[in-house]
Design a protein around this ligand. Structure first.
Ligand code: F6P
Length: 545
């Protein structure tokens, strides 16, 4: 028996999924549907009424969450149990934003004081850099940060910094480098002055190829521009759990910020990995970001399942993945500052739930994590929304929008909102054949042609969407929003009984990549790999086609 059909609610949900009326009817039957199917938490409001659910469906989905022991599993994560079983690690990104007086033990030791000390160290560092007290090797204040990292050590800080643009102190510029493609680094180095630049190397392991190569090249550049070996300490700092490697590199131990094995990379922006954010928006705003996440944590732990925003969103995703075979989920942000969020949620969810075996090592025979993608509204409306409306794939959507703009200008925000709400409405109600035909009433087409065109204009509707609103995008609401998606990811992992916190899938690619690297520069040509790989390596060595 598979995990999914061992739940007592499986049969009921199967049956309900096949008997659901169109959402148009559900709305017509119940004028208060939107009120009943909305929840608020941590400054966010979720309207999930435009989903293919009835009260009975929601009750069964929540009962399934109960059967999976979700409440206990939430408790286990927050308490620091080693729920990342394949790496024997606790999963405690929530400890990074816990209140200073909490006690969370790992191996018998309360980790909260260390978290707080790191925040204090970050605060002193941010103050020294932004006040100009910290001086470069020629005595000038720092003007530019080049943050080097990849994956979880890159995307969170980048996206959050971008999202919090209205809160930048204006004292620094921040540039992010991730890709090992030299172009990424070289183009950034063209923008900065070695005398006034601080390189922040973010790598939990201090061993990730891209980050190491970029940092070594940045150091070579620094040394070639007039800096000396002794000056490195003034221009390079690191966030890592591997202090020995960072000091061997030339960094001053005082400028090394700790990371812990109980923080997964894609969950790490709340740690010192978030230093670029703190440098750009100041420590008060960084703490407000933590506060927003903490508010969502409290809601996740305390709210009953039926009122629990991450639980509802997680269970809706399970509903579409496992009962409607949805393979994809789209995140649409109607706020230019949040344009990077879909990519961040993509990393968060796909690296977490892109798994094919259960915790017991059994192969799954049901869908796990869907493909997460998306972009900013309204741009997508003139591109991929066509497929959302009339394509053959069922793609549940999340629409995210602040009610107030940071840049109120004429009618812009009202137009943005009208597009956001109008899209959810169109997805839900669609357009019937009769409606399409009626629209063509005044045209000169023959009745036969009208019928053909009308068929092209039919939109089935009944396409699910969530709408997430907040008053305004602030550090606090951003923190709550990111924590919401972290917990939504966790909820799905619990139902599917997979480990959402390892990422073995990326390892083989890394190993083979290293093997290929050796072959690209080897004296002898490779002949022992598959034909395609041998040929690609030969072409690279040749340098032309
Ligand atoms: O912080 P590190 O150790 O450089 O790792 C970077 C990223 O590489 C991964 O291990 C795998 O790609 C991510 O999980 C992680 O965020």
């Amino acid at each position: 028996m598979t995990v999914m059909n061992s739940y007592p609610q499986w049969q009921t949900l199967q049956r309900l999924s096949q008997q659901l009326p169109h959402m148009r009817s559900l709305f017509a039957e119940d004028p208060k549907r939107a009120e009943a199917m909305s929840v608020s938490a941590a400054g966010l409001m979720l309207d999930y009424s435009k989903n293919r659910v009835t009260t009975e469906v929601m009750q069964s989905l929540l009962a399934m969450a109960q059967s999976a022991g979700l409440k206990d599993k939430i408790g286990a994560m927050f308490a620091g149990e080693r729920i990342n079983t394949t790496e024997q690690r606790a999963v405690l990104h929530t400890a990074l934003r816990a209140s200073a007086d909490s006690e969370i033990d790992v191996d018998g030791q309360n980790i909260v004081p260390e978290v707080q000390q790191t925040l204090a160290k970050m605060e002193a560092f941010v103050e020294a850099i932004t006040s100009g007290e910290w001086r470069g090797y020629t005595g000038k204040a720092i003007t530019d940060i080049v943050s080097i990292g990849i994956g979880g050590s890159f995307l969170g800080p980048k996206i959050a910094t971008q999202a919090l643009r209205p809160y930048w102190s204006g004292k620094l510029r921040c540039h992010f480098v991730a890709n090992v493609d030299a172009t990424s680094l070289v183009e950034k180095l063209k923008l900065v002055d070695p005398e006034t630049t601080l390189f922040l190397m973010s790598s939990k392991s201090f061993g990730t190829q891209e980050t190491l190569t970029n940092t070594l090249s940045a150091r070579d550049w620094f040394l070639s521009q007039g800096g000396s070996q002794q000056d490195i300490a003034k221009h390079f700092a690191a966030i890592t759990s591997n202090v020995a490697k960072a000091t061997a590199f030339g960094m001053d131990e005082a400028n090394i910020f700790p990371m812990w094995d109980w923080v997964g990379g894609r969950y790490s922006l709340w740690s010192a990995i978030g230093l670029p954010i703190a440098l750009m928006v100041g420590m008060d705003n960084f703490r407000a970001l933590l506060q927003g996440a903490r508010d969502m944590d409290r809601h996740f732990v305390e709210a009953p399942l039926a009122q629990n925003m991450p639980v509802i969103m997680g269970m809706l995703s399970v509903w579409y993945s496992n009962f409607f075979n949805a393979q994809s989920h789209v995140v649409l942000t109607y706020d230019h500052y949040l344009r990077g969020l879909p990519a961040y949620f993509q990393q968060l969810d796909m690296e977490s739930n892109g798994k094919s075996v259960t915790l017991d090592g059994e192969r799954v025979d049901f869908n796990t994590g869907p493909v997460i993608w998306g972009g900013e509204g309204t741009n997508g409306q003139h591109a991929y929304h066509q497929l959302l409306h009339q394509g053959t794939a069922l793609i549940p959507a999340d629409f995210i929008m602040p009610l107030q703009s940071h840049n109120p200008l004429g009618e812009h925000h009202a137009q943005l909102a009208s597009n956001c709400f109008g899209q959810t409405q169109a997805l839900m109600q669609g357009r019937t054949f009769e409606e399409a035909l009626a629209e063509l009433a005044g045209s000169k087409l023959s009745d036969q042609d009208k019928a053909i065109i009308a068929r092209h204009k039919v939109m089935d509707g009944n396409k699910p969407s969530n709408t997430l609103l907040m008053d305004k995008l602030t550090p606090q609401t951003l923190g709550a929003l990111i924590a919401l998606y972290e917990h939504r990811t966790f909820v799905q992992g619990v139902i599917w009984q997979i480990n959402s916190f390892d990422q073995w899938g990326v390892e083989l690619g890394k190993t083979l990549g290293n093997d290929v690297l050796a072959r690209l520069g080897a004296a002898e040509e490779s002949t022992d790999l598959d034909g395609s790989s041998n040929r690609l390596i030969r072409l690279f060595r040749q340098g032309h086609l």
